[in-house]
Design a protein around this ligand. Sequence first.
Ligand SMILES: Cc1cc2nc3c(=O)[nH]c(=O)nc-3n(C[C@H](O)[C@H](O)[C@H](O)COP(=O)(O)O)c2cc1C
Length: 184
Amino acid sequence: MIIDIITPILERRSVRKFAERPVEREKILTCLHAAQLAPSAENVQPWRFIVIDDPAVRDAFSKQVFSGIYSATRWAAKAPVLIALAADRNIIAHGVAAALQKIPYYMIDIGICGEHIVLQAQHMGLGSCWIGWFNARKADTFFRLPAKMRICELIALGYPEKSHAPRNKKLKNGGNMIQFNTWT
Ligand SMILES: Cc1cc2nc3c(=O)[nH]c(=O)nc-3n(C[C@H](O)[C@H](O)[C@H](O)COP(=O)(O)O)c2cc1C
């Protein structure tokens, strides 16, 4: 299906309050299909997705990862779905590039595939919010991830509690972030 990509980009905003309506697995899988079509350095596709849509698992997980200094993110404990974006950090192609260029490519890949998720979600009427403020060490331990894997980010997903008008987003520096052919 051809989608008009600018519409979900314009309409998306972070949603932190969700209706108590479960999200259909089919829609979650569509988001994750979109995620897996994302580009990745050397096409290594280093991502793995752990979908948390069982309220009991979500509650136990949330208790671990949104406590203490991370309690500002407690709102996410009520999200119908949390998707943990895990990355394989041990991929040789990434290792060489990362060593030479000092760039953690797996993080870039995770960022791109995650954005595919939120835009696909927006297109299907779902709200989402990226979550970086959580106890990542406890998240890895909760799922007993092998040492090479790391949960880099979470994405909360669900039907928004109320509909939001697209926000007139204030761009930093008045949106003046672009230069052609020079740096001044
Ligand atoms: C990598 C990343 C991590 C984020 N972590 C959090 C978070 O831990 N908690 C939160 O409430 N929002 C988080 N956000 C959402 C941002 O606060 C939000 O995207 C930003 O304020 C812009 O608002 P918008 O998404 O509505 O355009 C995160 C966003 C990104 C991209």
